[in-house]
Design a protein around this ligand. Structure first.
Ligand code: ADP
Length: 648
């Protein structure tokens, strides 16, 4: 068994290991799965709760805003422009007029008080000259007279100027007519023909310039439209639409189209509120609702008063102002009014889970829906617990695997050692049994007097002595090995001539082999000294020679080669035997280990020889090297340091 095999536990151990690790791992995995599932459910619940709370907060915020609005609506005179954006307006609506706060926010008014031109005899006479008698010059003179008369009402004089300009125009005196219109526009006259005199005059100028195909038309029409949109005149919707329409018709489309949609929506809404108010039960005592005008959502908050009503109309900016806070809180909000019309937000951006507060429950004019803008930002228990669980699992799993591996390896080692030990016991028994058997046999023969000749008896005693010696040596070797292993071996170091030592061992070994041809010693003539225990070093060399002889065919030569340099001495024992496979080359130096091939061939041995050699070499501060390959023989080399100061 090579050391690598120790890391390869037997199959049943592997199965045990897998079973022992798989069950806890599966149980842990199951537990983790259940706990993650619970955390996910808990997370969903927490997320939903958080959104429900947010929706509740949004509803109460909106309610507070509408209540504020309702309070301001009751007395809208204060500086509401500070808190209400540009596209919102407070209205005070009475039977004959609608007022806006802050003033001038409406493009046009639902109604403006009608101003009638008082009847005037001179004016009627001038009109008769114009229409009945068709006497334009006389009519012009009569109109001029009325217009210039300071005793007459301003409205009458303005109407006379209109008549004068008309007569001049019809008589082909356009330039003069234009002058009269300009004069009228400059007067501080409130109304003529049911509209502001300035507006009527400037419009009439434009009409005339159009007839004359004058290049001045463009300039005047642009200013007229701009003044209309800048709310220069308080007009009703019909008047606004008429004059704005006329002005636009005179202008190229790109100049005409810059109408403020938000302001139009606001004015439309005001007009609608007025209409609703007049209808029977159109608007009950007070409340809030949504209006959609020109594709824009508007909030209406109103209170009825004894002689009319006060209201707030707020455009989309109001929603946008609310939304700033929602976005900061990582919320996506939609507000839908009656008929599921969208007042704010985009439903596509709602992601599950969604919290909802229905308009029927809250009394608000919208149903509120809330979701997280980015659900990933929701502080999730799950991600945290997942991380903890997986981290814990990884650690526990690793501990199980490493622990299992160590146990399996330790068991594998124990088993290997146990097997080696039983091999060793078998080998040692064998080593003892054969000499003991022959000794027993010889002793029996001697005892029975079955050996007649004295020579033969002596020979038997010699054999008995030899066998007893061998057994003694065997026991000594075992005891020596035990001492080496326990670190209790004693060495007597002295400078030794390596050459001499090799010669002595080789001679003894040749005697043992019974032949002097097989072993060759090749050594430098120079004597080399090492600091060594003669007995121990001889034993190491003998062990190597024993193995070389034992494991190679008897006909193959053996060599001992001595080689040295200034620092070290190398004593190599070379044979031409079977060689040692690479995967056994380390293991053979461990105690009890015997090569697979050797065990098959039943060669004698205990597996202690090389282990003992290694102990001895190490005690001499040297090392043992092996160069071997199957079929190519083996060379074991003892490398020892040269004795310092020893003389050659
Ligand atoms: P033993 O010789 O009693 O088996 P050793 O410790 O001396 O024990 O040797 C261990 C093993 O090394 C041997 O069993 C054998 O497999 C292998 N071995 C040692 N020397 C040689 C050699 N010269 N040629 C081939 N194999 C050898």
């Amino acid at each position: 068994m090579s050391p690598r095999d120790w890391f390869r536990p037997p199959r049943h151990l592997l199965a045990l290991f897998v079973a022992a690790t798989a069950f806890p791992a599966l149980a842990l995995g199951g537990l983790a799965w259940v706990s993650i599932g619970q955390d996910a459910a808990l997370d969903r619940q927490r997320h939903q709760d958080m959104l429900d709370a947010a929706a509740g907060r949004i509803v109460s915020d909106l309610k507070r805003q509408l209540d504020d609005a309702a309070r301001q609506v009751v007395s809208p005179g204060h500086d509401s422009s500070l808190t209400w954006p540009e596209d919102s307006v407070f209205l005070t609506i009475t039977n004959d007029r609608t007022a806006d706060h802050p003033a001038g926010r409406l493009l046009y008014y639902p109604r403006v008080p009608a101003v009638h031109t008082p009847r005037d005899a001179a004016l009627d006479a001038a009109a008769a000259l114009e229409f009945k008698d068709r006497n334009l010059s006389a009519a012009a003179a009569a109109f001029r007279g009325v217009a210039a008369d300071p005793r007459r009402a301003a409205a009458v004089r303005a109407a006379a100027m209109i008549g004068l300009a008309r007569c001049l125009r019809m008589s082909g005196r356009q330039q003069e007519a234009l002058g009269v219109y300009s004069q009228l526009a400059g007067l501080d006259t409130p109304t003529v023909e049911g509209a502001p005199a300035e507006l009527v005059a400037r419009h009439a100028r434009c009409t005339l310039l159009a007839e004359m195909t004058s290049p001045d038309l463009q300039t005047e029409a642009v200013i007229l439209l701009r003044d209309l949109q800048a709310r220069r005149w308080a007009v009703d919707r019909a008047t606004f639409d008429f004059y704005a329409g006329q002005a636009r018709a005179w202008l190229p489309s790109e100049t005409a189209s810059n109408t403020n949609g938000a302001q139009l929506a606001l004015a439309d809404a005001a007009a609608d509120v007025d209409t609703l108010r007049r209808q029977q039960n159109g608007l009950p005592g007070g409340g809030s609702t949504m209006l959609w005008r020109r594709g824009r959502p508007l909030v209406l908050v109103w209170r009825n008063a004894p002689n009319g009503m006060t209201a707030l109309v707020a455009g989309p900016s109001w929603f946008k102002r609310q939304a700033a806070g929602w976005a900061a809180d990582n919320l996506t909000v939609t507000l839908t009014g009656a008929d599921a019309r969208l007042a704010f937000g985009s439903p596509d951006r709602l992601v599950k889970p969604v919290a909802m507060q229905a308009m029927t429950d809250t009394g608000l004019p919208w149903t509120v829906r809330v979701s997280s803008a980015d659900p990933a930002k929701f502080p999730s228990l799950l991600t945290r617990s997942r991380r903890t669980v997986f981290g814990g699992l990884a650690v526990v799993g690793m501990m199980i695997v490493v622990g299992g591996f160590l146990v399996a390896r330790a068991l594998g080692r124990e088993l290997a050692v146990a097997r080696l030990q039983s091999d060793f016991v078998a080998a040692v028994s064998h080593e003892f049994r054969s000499p003991l058997t022959s000794m027993k046999h010889l002793i029996e023969m001697l005892d029975e007097g079955a050996v007649p000749s004295e020579d033969r008896r002596r020979q038997y005693y010699r054999v008995l002595h030899g066998e007893a010696e061998r057994l003694h040596q065997l026991v000594e070797d075992l005891l020596d090995f035990g001492r080496m292993e326990a670190g209790k071996a004693e060495y007597r170091f002295e400078p030794l001539d390596v050459h001499g030592l090799i010669r002595d061992v080789a001679a003894g070994f040749e005697g043992q082999l019974g032949s002097s041809d097989r072993l060759t010693v090749r050594a430098d003539a120079l004597a080399v000294y090492v600091n060594a225990d003669r007995e121990a070093l001889s034993r190491a060399l003998r062990n190597l020679l024993d193995n070389a002889a034992k494991y190679s065919p008897p006909t193959e030569p053996l060599e001992v080669i001595l080689d040295a340099d200034a620092a070290s001495v190398r004593i190599s024992v070379r044979d031409r035997g079977p060689g040692i496979p690479r995967d056994e080359q380390t293991a053979i130096f461990t105690k009890f280990y015997r090569g697979a091939g050797v065990r098959r061939s039943n060669a004698k041995g205990t597996g202690l020889g090389l282990a003992a050699v290694q102990y001895i070499v190490r005690a001499h501060h040297g090392e043992i090297a092996l160069d071997s390959a199957p079929g190519r023989g083996s060379t074991f080399t003892l490398v020892l340091p040269v004795a310092k100061g020893a003389q050659s």
